[in-house]
Design a protein around this ligand. Structure first.
Ligand SMILES: Cc1cc2nc3c(=O)[nH]c(=O)nc-3n(C[C@H](O)[C@H](O)[C@H](O)COP(=O)(O)O)c2cc1C
Length: 195
């Protein structure tokens, strides 16, 4: 009987040993993940206004730059894009992204840039934030808009980036595609017709 008990105990401790050793050998299992010291600039841009800012931040902070791209491209046509953006805003849709940041753990600081779409952040920003863990990181938004302000966008960022330390945002009014299209249409209407 005693032999049987000690045999079982020996078997039990042998079975327990490898996981215990693994735990000691791998600090990432034993300790919570720490954010690294690198800087990431993640941005979405349709007409380039936000991209210019992303580039400047990337160069001056020697940061990695990641463009947030939806798996299915938005229409070329401005009005179609406005309609699609409105549908996505109302339904809370999170469009799948073409790619994601594989190693978010190395970044301690994340600049996040986007244009205002329908008085809030575009749907891809919700997709980006909900598919990456930004907890413990410093998050610095940079936002461009066409003259109507940043609307609900910071509330969206706060809601979807749980645990991040939100710093003051950079906000800039920039050219509006609609305005450019209207001005060009006016000019074209008065321009000589082609042969
Ligand atoms: C689909 C769509 C919706 C927009 N909605 C707004 C808006 O609600 N308020 C606003 O001020 N500008 C709006 N704009 C204008 C953009 O926010 C502005 O032009 C921005 O700088 C574009 O940035 P980008 O060049 O990086 O794409 C909208 C533009 C698009 C394409």
């Amino acid at each position: 009987m005693t032999d049987e008990i000690s045999r079982r105990m020996a078997l039990k401790s042998a079975l327990l040993l490898p996981p215990v050793m693994n735990l000691l050998a791998s600090p990432s299992v034993a300790q919570p993940m720490r954010a690294g010291g690198r800087t990431l600039v993640a941005y979405f841009s349709r007409t380039g206004n936000t991209r210019v800012i992303a580039g400047q931040i990337g160069r001056s902070r020697k940061a990695d730059v990641f463009e947030i791209v939806p798996a299915a491209a938005y229409p070329e046509d401005y009005e179609e894009t406005v309609s699609q953006a409105e549908r996505e805003r109302r339904s809370g849709y999170r469009p799948p992204l073409k790619s994601r940041v594989e190693d978010m753990a190395v970044y301690g600081t994340v600049f996040l840039g986007f244009p205002i779409w329908g008085m809030t952040a575009p749907a891809v920003i919700r997709s980006f934030l909900s598919s990456h863990d930004l907890s413990g990181r410093t998050l610095l938004p940079f936002i461009t808009h066409g003259g109507y302000g940043i609307g609900q966008s910071l509330a969206v960022v706060t809601e979807h980036a749980a645990g991040a330390r939100l710093a003051e945002a950079f906000v800039k009014q920039a050219d509006q595609e609609r305005q450019t299209l209207t001005e060009v249409s006016r000019w074209l209407a008065a321009a000589p017709a082609g042969e």
